[in-house]
Design a protein around this ligand. Structure first.
Ligand SMILES: [Zn+2]
Ligand SMILES: [Zn+2]
Length: 318
């Protein structure tokens, strides 16, 4: 696991087995993601796919450019993909008459294009020319101009149903969060019998998440805010309510409570992530998790790390 960025301003993590490499979320610009992958000695060209937890901008900011540049498929749940497409499609309002006119013009343009295409093919014994023009059409930036939500390929998964990419088995689980169909993931490398999990952006720890997080070797877990800092802090009341709600984010206390009461102690590494820059201090999050673990003698072997917003965390290899 290589956490490229974690926090309210952008999230992205590489999960890799011996044969398969996926990027979970792309919440920084493509340029910044590539820069961080280089810093972390990760080869972008080795990525097999991008997986998306939910459509909030801190998880998808660089998604379209990154996927088009690397020409790799993106895995979403269907409602998340739909919400993302809506987000990416600029809204225009037009009258019914304008819309009819627009449809007519598009139709004419298509007909003209088809006519020109077949002319070309006839004139110059065409297969090569036809192929060249298809390639041109496929150029990522041309496609992007036509449709900002265009992606090389889209695959759907359903939270609650496992799927495979290469030698990784991926179990997406539903998380309580204010997005279309948010989820976390458990990754299992079949050949190496290692399990890693990502659970951020959740308002509380429901039973399905607690059971998904059993027998995990490396656990990236949210520790978003300190309750006092959030309450006293600068956020408007409505935003405070949103963060605190059952579909908001896990506080340091909620994370500590999970570690004390429900966590099975199996992880070699617990990585605290998605810290709020405004309402948390890394030392507080770390202290709170370490205290929770210290209460349980058998967990002393667990190492607690802090994922960073500003730079990649050194790769965790098992
Ligand atoms: Zn979110
Ligand atoms: Zn988030």
């Amino acid at each position: 696991m290589t956490v490229l960025a974690s926090g309210s301003k952008g999230n992205s993590t590489v999960i890799a087995s011996a044969r398969t490499r996926v990027l979970v979320d792309a919440g920084l610009s493509c340029r910044e993601l590539l820069r961080r992958m280089k810093m972390a000695n990760e080869d972008p060209c080795a990525l097999d796919a991008i997986l998306i937890t939910h459509e909030h901008v801190d998880h998808v900011a660089g998604l379209s450019v990154m996927a088009r540049k690397l020409r790799i498929p993106v895995y979403f749940s269907e409602p998340t993909h739909r919400a993302w497409v809506r987000q990416m499609t600029p809204r225009t309002t037009m009258s019914y008459a304008q819309w009819l006119d627009h449809v007519q013009k598009e139709k004419e343009a298509r007909t003209a294009q088809e006519a020109a295409q077949s002319d070309l093919e006839v004139q110059s014994g065409g297969i090569q020319i036809a192929a060249a023009s298809i390639e041109e059409e496929d150029e990522p930036e041309v496609a992007a101009k036509r449709d900002p939500a265009s992606l090389p390929a889209v695959e759907y998964f359903q939270p609650g149903t496992s799927f495979c990419i290469g030698d990784l088995t991926i179990a997406p689980f539903t998380t309580p969060h204010d997005a279309a169909d948010p989820c976390g993931f458990v990754f299992e490398s079949v050949t190496e019998s290692i399990r890693m999990a990502i659970a951020t952006d959740l308002g509380y720890m429901p039973p399905n998440v607690r059971s998904a997080l059993q027998c995990i070797d490396v656990l990236l877990l949210e520790s978003n805010h300190d309750l006092e800092m959030l309450k006293e802090g600068p956020y408007p009341w409505a935003v405070k309510q949103r963060v605190l709600s059952r579909v908001g984010h896990l506080s340091n206390d909620a994370t500590a409570e999970f570690l004390t009461r429900d966590y099975d102690g199996n992880a070699t590494y617990i990585v605290l992530g998605h810290l709020s820059e405004t309402n948390n201090v890394p030392e507080l999050a770390l202290l709170s998790a370490e205290e929770a673990i210290r209460e349980r003698g058998k967990l002393l072997g667990n190492r607690v790390l802090l994922a960073q917003q500003a730079e990649p965390l050194a790769s965790i290899c098992l």
